[in-house]
Design a protein. Sequence first.
Length: 497
Amino acid sequence: MGEDALHIAVDLGAGSGRVFLVRFGEEELRLDEVRRFHYPPVESEGHLRWDLLRIFDEIKAGIHAAASRARHSHRPISSIGVDSWGVDYGLVDADGQLVELPVCYRDARTRGVMEEVFAQVPRAEIFARTGIQFLPFNTLFQLYAHAREGLPKGARKLLLIPDLINLFLTGRAASEWTNATTTQLVNARTRAWDRELAERLDLPVQLLAEIVPAGTDLGRLKKGLADELGCGDVRIVAPATHDTGSAVVGTPLEEGWAYISSGTWSLVGVELDQPLINDDVARCNLTNEGGAFGTVRFLKNVMGLWIFERCRAEWGGGDYGALLREVSEIDEPVPLIFPDDGRFLNPPSMLEAIRAQLEETGQRAASEPAVVAKTVLDSLALRYASVLRVIERLTGRRISGVRIVGGGSRNDYLNQATANATGLPIIAGPVEATVIGNAAVQAIFAGRFPSLAEARRHVARHCEAREFAPREGWDEARRLYAEVEARYEMANESAAR
């Protein structure tokens, strides 16, 4: 199918989802959001869980709406692709039915689990095998905790969230590679499940599904669903099912540029051809996640706008733009935090967590929302700069600019702060890089583009972007932030040894 074909992109974030209808026209890139929905995790059976059946109902409603809109435009739907956040998984029985609701990565079941795992397989060996950054909620640690408390009877397959949705749509159980790598159970060199690692930890290797690459044809939409949703004979194509993987596909990267996928989490990295695994990378806790078409996303997870949004929630919401205008009018120095402190993962009060860290570093905590917001955003920008310097050192490559994509790229205060902190030019946009990347893989499968490079050139020509040049006056902030970061990074490096 050519430029008239439509692609349905289902993009699931950790709490909200969207369904888009996407068309790569000859002289346009058309994105139509047809449905948006929310699904906070729910407390059930002693854990924080995802109501995946409700999420699937919302996806079906979105596909139905997209199919209706496609009929009115007299254009065919070529395919459907699903991406989501990483690490979380569900278990299904022999009939492909969930045996229990998937547990959310923010659940407390993984507390203390990393230390138990390292007592059986050393941390350094796990990194040497997988090349993946250690985070307490990685699937490896979740599954270890799950197996310890007892896996439900009848479980036959373990699938990550987008793979579960694809199973419901097609009946085929498969694990797409980009998301599979986030489990910390894939061998970085063989690009297959590391069965030896799983067996040494008594993890149920028999539940792991076949790994397939982005761009795989997973089969046709089940006939019953096709009739129900009005789609006709539509194929399900696996995009880079990890949302950041899709975002990187949808990022028009220039040679020598880094990317920041900015949202709840900020993923700061570069694109490589091969994984980079050595003791220095392990000590710095960077990750080698799978990318589409054989690439590697060499990056670090930074806590991101989660901190800022939790603060806003405690302030009762309010006008986002007005708050950022107040922030931009503050001229005097503000206290700074280390955003990757584990206390910010899911505290009862984010404001209290910030206050506690500031007190530890001898800084006075402010109460005014604009000052706290500036503290968070400036600290994020300085953290990005620090991570980018580490990436330059580890790869031996000079970074000449940064492309910021995702919902956080709308935050022009943070974009400018990032330019100031890094001393690099910033291009912000596209906002919907994940949706674009999801659909781009489908379009490459359909023959619309001959390569990823050509798809990115099309995106660059037809997506709105804003540029930010670095400004002077950040030397004191860099000095203060370096002191704060050193205090917490030293603790992290000690834990990594």
